[in-house]
Ligand binder design. Structure first.
Ligand code: FAD
Length: 311
C-alpha cells in the first residue's frame, strides 16, 4: 500500500510510522494499528500528502490530538494523517482577527488570545485537542462554542484541493458542523474576536482551569475522551439542553463497569479506561449506558465520541 517509492515523494518534513499503534495517538490510549501514520507538521505538508495519496487511490483520514476518538482494538484500514502541533502554536493577530493553523492546540489558542488582549476564548481553556478538531465538532463549554467566533476556514478536501469557506457555510450546530459528514479538513481558520481586558480574561481562564482540575479527569493520568454522549436537545425553545450525565445517574449507570472501563466518579458521562481496558470494553460500556437510559426514560443517547474501525 505505502511502497517505498511513495514514501520518497512525501514532503521531507513529514514523519511516517508504519503500522502505528493508534493507542499512542489518542487520549483514551486504546485502539489497534493503522497501515501508516503520517505526521504532517504544517498545512502545506498536509495538503501535499493528501494530494499524493489521492493520486495513488490510497484512502486516508485526518486526526488531531485524538481526544474525541475511540479506535477499535483491531485497528483501521486507512492511512492516518496526524495534524497536531503539540509544541508549535501558529497564531497571528491582525487587528482583532486571529489567524490560526488547524493543528494549533485549542488551549494554546485560548492562552495566546488572552495574552494579546483579544477575546473572549476563555471558555476554550483546558479543552484538549486541536483547532481543526474543535471546528469540525464545534467544541465548546459553558454554553459557548468555537463556531460562534469563526469567520472563515481554509478547507482541504479528500482530493487535496483547497478553498476558503465562510462560517455560515459550515453549518455549525451543537457539537457539529458539516465537516463531520463531508470530511473536509481544516488547514487554518480566521476568528473574529474583540479587544477585551486581559486581566478579566486571565481571571476567567484561571477559574475555568481550576474547575476542570477539580471536576474533570486529567487525561494524561486517567485515559478518557471527555463526554461520551451528547447532551439532550430541548423539546421546546423555552427549555435548555439537559445533561446526559443526569439521565445516566438517574438510570443507575454510575457504578457500571466493563472489564477495566468504568465511569468517572464525579461525572457519569465520562468513561475512564484503566490499564488493561480494551476499546471493546469501552464500547460495551457505552451500550450498557444507552440501554439503561432507554429503559428508564425511553429515549436513546447519542454518542459524542467518534468511533473508528469495527465494533
Ligand atoms: C478530558 C477531556 C475534556 C474534554 N472537554 C471537552 C469540552 O469541554 N468541550 C468539548 O467540546 N469537547 C471536550 N472534549 C473532547 C475533545 O477535546 C474535543 O472534541 C476536541 O475538539 C477534539 O479535537 P482533536 O484534535 O483531539 O480531534 P480528534 O479526536 O483527533 O478527532 C475528532 C474528529 O475531528 C476530526 N478532525 C481532527 N482534526 C481535524 C481537522 N484539522 N480538520 C477537520 N476535521 C478534523 C477527526 O477526523 C475526527 O472526526 C474533551 C476531551 C477530553 C479528553
Amino acid at each position: 500500500m505505502m511502497d517505498d517509492m511513495l514514501l520518497k515523494q512525501l514532503p521531507s518534513n513529514t514523519t511516517v510510522v508504519r503500522g502505528a499503534k493508534l493507542r499512542d495517538y489518542t487520549t483514551f490510549r486504546l485502539g489497534g494499528a493503522c497501515p501508516a501514520l503520517i505526521d504532517c507538521p504544517d498545512a502545506q505538508s498536509l495538503a501535499e500528502t493528501a494530494k499524493l495519496l489521492h493520486g495513488q487511490s490510497i484512502g486516508f483520514l485526518v486526526v488531531g490530538q485524538g481526544s474525541n476518538l475511540l479506535v477499535a482494538d483491531a485497528g483501521i484500514d486507512s492511512v492516518v494523517l496526524r495534524y497536531c502541533a503539540e509544541d508549535a502554536p501558529d497564531v497571528r493577530l491582525d487587528g482583532s482577527r486571529v489567524h490560526v493553523s488547524g493543528n494549533t492546540l485549542l488551549d494554546d489558542l485560548a492562552r495566546l488570545a488572552i495574552e494579546k488582549g483579544v477575546g473572549d476564548l476563555s471558555f476554550c481553556s483546558g479543552i484538549p485537542g486541536t483547532v481543526g478538531g474543535a471546528i469540525s465538532g464545534n467544541a465548546g463549554a459553558f454554553g459557548r462554542q468555537i463556531g460562534d467566533v469563526v469567520e472563515s476556514v481554509q478547507l482541504l478536501d479528500g482530493k487535496g484541493h483547497q478553498r476558503e469557506v465562510a462560517a455560515d457555510e459550515l453549518g455549525f450546530g451543537y457539537r457539529s458542523s458539516i465537516l463531520k459528514q463531508s470530511g473536509g479538513i481544516v488547514l487554518s481558520a480566521v476568528l473574529k474576536l474583540q479587544p477585551e481586558d486581559i486581566q478579566t480574561m486571565e481571571k476567567e481562564r484561571g477559574s475555568i482551569m481550576e474547575l476542570r482540575r477539580t471536576k474533570h479527569p486529567d487525561w494524561r493520568t486517567m485515559p478518557c475522551a471527555g463526554s461520551v454522549f451528547r447532551n439532550i436537545e430541548p423539546t421546546s425553545a423555552a427549555e435548555r439542553r439537559q445533561a446526559a450525565g443526569w439521565f445516566l445517574e438517574e438510570a443507575g449507570a454510575k457504578d457500571f463497569q466493563v472489564g477495566a472501563a468504568h465511569l468517572f466518579e464525579k461525572h457519569a458521562n465520562i468513561i475512564i479506561a484503566d490499564t488493561g481496558a480494551s476499546a471493546r470494553d469501552v464500547f460495551e460500556l457505552t451500550e450498557k449506558m444507552i440501554a439503561a437510559v432507554q429503559e428508564k426514560f425511553g429515549f436513546e443517547l447519542e454518542r459524542e465520541i467518534t468511533l473508528l474501525g469495527e465494533f
